[in-house]
Design a protein. Sequence first.
Length: 321
Amino acid sequence: MRRHPEIYELPPQERPDFMFGKLFGEITAPAALADLLPIVRSWQPELVVNDAAELAGPIAAAAIGVPHVTHAFGALLPEVRVRRGGEEVAPLWRREGLEPRPYGGLYDHLYIDIYPPSLQAPGGDDHIGARQLLRPVAFAGGADQGESADITDRTGRPLVYLTFGTVFNDSDALGVALAGIRDAGVGLVVTVGPNGDPEMFGPQPPHVVVERYIPQTLLLPVCDVVASHAGSGTALAALALGIPQLCLPQAADQFLNAAAIARAGAGLAIAPEDVEAAAVGDAIRLLLDDGEFRVQVQRLADEVAAMPSPDAVVTVLESLV
């Protein structure tokens, strides 16, 4: 943001297409490649696995002549986004005596896709080749960091979980959402992230619990609705459990997830400029009262459950070497 303040001139929904190439190509990739090249040249791995925003891994793999696998972290990224990323790293390919690859080489070999197929944007996958589905599995670690909040005593109210994740957790927007849900006749658990202050919103009534962190593997199974920034980890974990969602995207790939969930009828989405307490409260009530949301999200949960397990996909990776 400091290097490219012009990003603030764009609407929030348009910023990710600009930001991707600048952050992961121009800024991150050169430093990452400087660290990666000595490692791969000394270690000589037979396969490199990089995530879908990591543009140094494909160059490092090509430099030692081995295949690489691109692992999704959410929805398939729009073509324009990764194309710009590839353009930013083209000089790094040439510096290593390699011909630059389209999309930074991300899709030259196998693409590991953790997104339910019916949730993908229609007609947006022409830029990828071989694809292997992989069931998204929620992160189960960090239980020792969990707070001691009692999330089981709900006094008969539906339970809503509110989080804006750990990066784009703007306290003002989170506070507006908290106010709207607090008055919606539900129990509410809010997590503010490891750097957040649970006291920042002031005293709360007994049906509202605010903590820094609670493992989602413990919290999500007892929730009736999830209200979040629509980050991929939270969004996919809630989908896998068949929980309707209120998506309040802030940045990055969150707009892709919010649009997909709303398009599938598995939840609702509110744009950043439209987030008001009353609108959030109304959306929560609708998600609880209209059973069609739960029908549609259960359909997606069944689809996630049918995707290949991590153990099964490991054998696919082994076949590449």
